[in-house]
Design a binder for this molecule. Structure first.
Ligand code: G6P
Length: 362
């Protein structure tokens, strides 16, 4: 069953492998047989009434929230802010007139998020928890709750919950956009896109061995690493860097590729490992030239690009998908690079030092 490791050495690898199944499961859970998104009526009414969405989260879930902002703004036309729960709790920003709060949380137990939920509920604002554990505290205490249906996630480093969160955000954004007759939602086919995501994820998972070789080449000797991209590729960079930090203890940072020249490039030395994510036609050429510039300064650059944006120098080519959903594919090599780096160093991949799966203290 879902909660056993089977023949896998670690839960994390099993959970990485389960992502295509989770994508397909979410399409079944959230759409009818005509391929239309179906959201609970009271939730849909609350979403339609909101003039702004506030996504509040921590860790990996926060990174999934960053991707959600683009989905809600483009597909549903609703301004969306993303906040770290631990910051929002003590420094509440100026709110819009009709906010709706979305708590993104794998466990549904994160204390930093709960304190925000308690505070905004006291102010009378509507709340939605999106979680993998529908019996959790945050699911029970919010007005509305939606499931991630990723199955139990045991490894401390979150993988399938992240891609499930992005997929559920896309489904909600499409459902809301259609309910508002928003043109972008009507032109978007979330079912088709999530199908592309599942197939593209599988194609990447099938290239595990090559990604293992890249992990060895890039990170076996290094104490630091950089991930770069623009747009959703920047969101992925933050999450890929977090994965590497959490389980392999390599100091890793995600940077907006265009910001390199404004400071970060000073860090580049001979053989500094850099991973460049290139999926968005709007910015692919720019990111590519940023990658060339750091390669010229001696960095070891692994370029990961979607098929239509790829060029000969790219080591890994990813299936095409709408750039809003590129993180569903781009993060797979990010997860696998972190996994193999940790594994090769002989660490307990599933139980990294100093970390807990869910943090129930502030
Ligand atoms: C902990 C975990 C992270 C996770 C974060 C948020 O710090 O180690 O992997 O992303 O909590 O957890 P949540 O359950 O709220 O998504």
């Amino acid at each position: 069953g879902d909660a056993s490791k089977g023949t896998y050495p670690f839960y994390m690898l099993k959970e990485i492998d389960e992502q295509p199944i989770v994508m397909r499961r979410l399409v079944k859970k959230y759409t009818n047989d005509r391929g239309e998104v179906e959201l609970p009526k009271p939730l849909l009414a609350a979403l339609k009434a909101a003039d702004r969405l506030y996504i509040v989260a921590a860790g990996t879930s926060y990174h999934a929230g960053l991707v959600g902002k683009g989905l809600f703004e483009k597909l549903a036309g609703v301004p969306t802010e993303v906040h770290l729960a631990s910051e929002f709790g003590y420094n509440q920003p100026l709110l819009s007139e009709k906010p709706l709060f979305i708590f993104l949380t794998q466990s549904g137990e994160t204390a930093d998020i709960r304190q925000v939920l308690v505070k905004v509920k006291a102010q009378g604002y509507p709340t939605l928890t999106i979680t993998n554990v529908l019996s959790s505290t945050l699911a029970r205490e919010a007005d509305y709750q939606l499931g991630l249906y990723a199955g139990p996630e045991i490894a401390v480093a979150s993988t399938k919950a992240y891609t499930a969160q992005v997929a559920v955000e896309a489904l909600i954004a499409q459902g809301l956009g259609e309910a508002k007759n928003h043109r972008e939602a009507e032109a978007f086919d979330v079912v088709h896109q999530l199908g592309l995501a599942a197939a593209g994820q599988q194609a990447l998972i099938d290239q595990k061995d090559a990604i293992h070789d890249w992990a060895t080449d890039l990170f076996s000797q290094s104490r630091n690493a950089f991930f770069i991209g623009r747009g959703t590729d920047y969101d992925v960079s933050l999450e890929a860097a977090l994965k590497l930090k959490e389980i392999s203890y390599v100091q890793a940072e995600g940077f907006a590729a265009g910001e390199l020249k404004h400071g970060t490039i000073a860090l580049i030395e001979q053989d500094t490992p850099v991973v460049a994510f290139i999926s968005d036609p709007k910015t692919a050429a720019h990111t590519r030239s940023n990658a060339d510039e750091i390669a010229a300064r001696g960095a070891k650059v692994l370029r990961i690009a979607t098929e239509s944006q790829s060029s000969e120098e790219d080591q890994l080519v990813v299936d095409d998908i709408d750039p809003m959903l590129a993180p569903l594919l781009m993060i797979i090599p990010g997860q696998l690079l972190a996994y193999f780096t940790s594994f090769d160093r002989g660490y307990d991949v599933d139980r990294p030092r100093n970390l807990a799966k869910s943090v129930t203290v502030e």
